[in-house]
Design a protein around this ligand. Sequence first.
Ligand code: BG6
Length: 479
Amino acid sequence: MSKFPEGFKWGGAFAAHQFEGGWDQDGKGPSVVDVMTAGAHGVPREITETVESDKFYPNHEAVDFYNNYKNDVKLFAEMGLQCLRTSIAWSRIFPKGNESEPNEAGLQFYDDLFDELIEHDIDPVITLSHFEMPLYIAREYGGFKSRETVDFFVKFAETVFERYKDKVKYWMTFNEINNKMDYSNPIFLWTNSGVSVEAGENPKEVMYTAGHHELLASALAVAKGKEINPEFQIGGMVSHVPIYPRSSRPDDVMLAEEYMRHRYFFPDVHVRGEYPKYTLKEFEREGLNIPILEGDDEILRNGIVDYLGFSYYMSTTVDSQVIADNKGDIVNGGLPHGVDNPFIKSSDWGWAIDPVGLRYALNRLYDRYQIPLFVVENGFGAVDHVQADGTIQDDARIEYLSAHIEEMEKAVNYDGVELIGYTPWGVMDIVSFTTGEMKKRYGMIHVDRDNEGNGTMKRSKKASFDWYRSVIESNGSEL
Ligand code: BG6
């Protein structure tokens, strides 16, 4: 018996910079991630000024999908994927970002890739910007601090919408546009927006300025896309980490509610086409000067999204007493009041494993927006143990994913949430975004490559490969 509605899309998700490699092939320009070195759990990735010859940049080669895509697509098809979410590396198309003409070789690569996918009955689902801004725009214009970057982005969007209008139907504008709400960690503003906060700048003001420009860019791209092909479905994409109150103490409940606005601000504008009152109050209260110009309200209203894609990996918990009790050094999920949830276990990277949180997230988002949702990332980053015979029994990953699919099924069939599909993250091992490691693996296909860049790049199936194939074949009833 099918568990999910007919037409539900089962797939897998990637980002160009985390799996393609080929960082300087065929005219591609360096992007903001091409100057990020590898870190580790608790060790931040360094952002260097330019590419330095004595440093290791894991995204330069990544897992070499660029030169291997035909074989990889064959494996994806064997796994039964019905759609594949990936991004178009902006700096493959506009190497510096401000050119008047695109790089034909870059456009051709995605033509070939989409043809290959479609030939294998896999629909491409495309994110326009997944941390791949051309480095030149970041360095010369300050990324989305500058309003000129809006025009560069819209030109890029228009170019790829025109080129792939008959090959791609589902699009998303910015990956996890709301990450930068945690501006205490420089990698989020850098990868989201190509922005570094300079001495003397108010980081919150910088974050909202870049955010405003990206919201405009997203809205203008949506409007342009609809002109090019009215059949396009263009979504926003946010990271959704529900925030629970530590206790029933009213202050905890209210604190969690307030922190949730960090999650909701960007999707509120994407979906409603206007700034929420709580943000306008914040600007007023804190004297934040955000360059919202006359006419911007109309741009936002004219570019609302068709659906909301989101990533879900974990929940987090806050306690209003943490700072009052002078335990202010406890930081969990980037929140100053964050604490561990005693009812939830965590992965080796400290990410809380909370399948019920996915059902909760689906309900909160659907109640708030009443538009279709798409779970475009979910997964378990873990170390794989390769057995002597080469097999990998990744039971913990299977357990994580099946528990999340079960909760998703309740959200659809019991709660009535409209859900387009499910694309678990990195179904083939790729470079981790936050740490730049290879050993934090999400895949159902193993890639022989280590943190230092050694290995043959050979692909092999893990136990989860067959498991996921049968989940898809049974439309979610065999978990
Ligand atoms: C999301 C990003 O934040 O989480 C992905 O959209 C990222 O790019 C994923 O890879 C998992 O994070 P990490 O750090 O485990 O790779």
